[in-house]
Design a protein around this ligand. Structure first.
Ligand code: DAK
Length: 257
């Protein structure tokens, strides 16, 4: 598949999407959001793919939604078109999705990373929600997902003052899973993604679904959901294969069935 604003590669069970608008620091315009969703549709459907990765350039994961595209929009425009509604679909993907962030992840770029299941970042990463400096507020989940990730005090401070958070603080705050030297970010992320892709996709998708429940329902409901999901996975061949492989002291060969 050929896209105008992204690159798509598939290797060893992993789909790698590279945002590719270097002239605008990968600012998210409507074409990019559309391309990204088409690529994710393809990867979610492709049975050879077990994990997906979104990355940008060394300087910028994405410097926000495209301000030049948004500047002249009016309320009826954005309300009637439900502006950026396609962005919500990114968070609804079923297979594991990792963000590999180097450089700026600002505004919509930070929100895009937060829509992924977890974030790895480079030591030069800078996260921020600077919408307030443009006279607007975060609108693709930033006030909600950042608060869930790092707590009220830091989320309030970042959104109200537009302060950017560096890689070390992002790791200490629980925003990112690990920090790598920028030259190693993509390689390390692909290694982790390949490890995920080797597993049963049924199990990895159920883990994703179950963890995401923790943000939506009460503890009791979440525990019930996890228990039933655990019970149901015993209907799969992959459960038999995984446990048999342990008993026989060999690598499991999962077939996603
Ligand atoms: N949009 C458009 N172009 C951008 C851009 C952006 N967000 N960020 C950078 N660029 C462009 C610059 O205009 C410049 O283009 P030319 O002038 O060369 O044509 C080029 O990228 C290189 O940028 P700089 O020359 O500025 O590079 P520097 O290294 O000097 O500075 C920077 C890097 C990241 C500090 C700076 O570019 C910057 O401050 N960028 C803007 C960051 C920002 O404010 N991001 C938040 C955007 S607002 C919603 C939908 C969306 C949103 C909310 C709601 N709804 C559906 C409700 C989201 C809003 C946002 O994300």
């Amino acid at each position: 598949m050929q896209f105008e604003t992204i690159l798509l590669e598939k290797n060893n069970g992993v789909g790698l999407i590279t945002l590719n608008r270097p002239q605008a620091l990968n600012a998210l315009n409507s074409t990019l959001i559309q391309d990204l969703n088409l690529a994710l549709d393809d990867l979610d459907r492709d049975s050879s793919i077990g994990c997906m990765v979104i990355t940008g350039s060394e300087k910028a994961f994405a410097a926000g939604a495209d301000i030049k595209e948004m500047a002249e929009l009016s309320f009826p425009n954005i309300y009637l078109d439900d502006f950026f509604h396609l962005a919500d679909r990114i968070a609804q993907r079923r297979k594991p999705l990792i963000a590999a962030v180097s450089g700026y992840a600002l505004g919509g770029g930070c929100e895009l990373a937060l829509m992924c299941d977890f974030i790895y970042c480079a030591d030069n990463a800078k996260f921020g929600l600077p919408e307030v400096t443009l006279g607007v507020i975060p609108g693709i989940g930033g006030t909600q997902r950042l608060t869930l990730a790092i707590g009220k005090a830091k989320a309030m401070e970042m959104c109200l003052t537009a302060r950017q958070m560096g890689a070390v603080e992002a790791e200490q705050s629980g925003l990112v899973a690990q920090v790598f030297p920028k030259e190693e970010l993509v390689e390390k992320t692909l290694k982790a993604a390949e490890k995920i892709a080797e597993k049963s996709v049924v199990a990895t998708m159920m883990i994703k679904e179950s963890i995401n429940r923790a943000f939506e329902v009460s503890l009791q409901e979440g525990l019930r959901f996890e228990r039933r999901t655990f019970h149901s996975i015993f209907a799969t061949q992959d459960q038999k294969e995984g446990m048999q492989a342990f008993v026989e002291k060999r690598q499991a060969n999962f077939k996603n069935n």
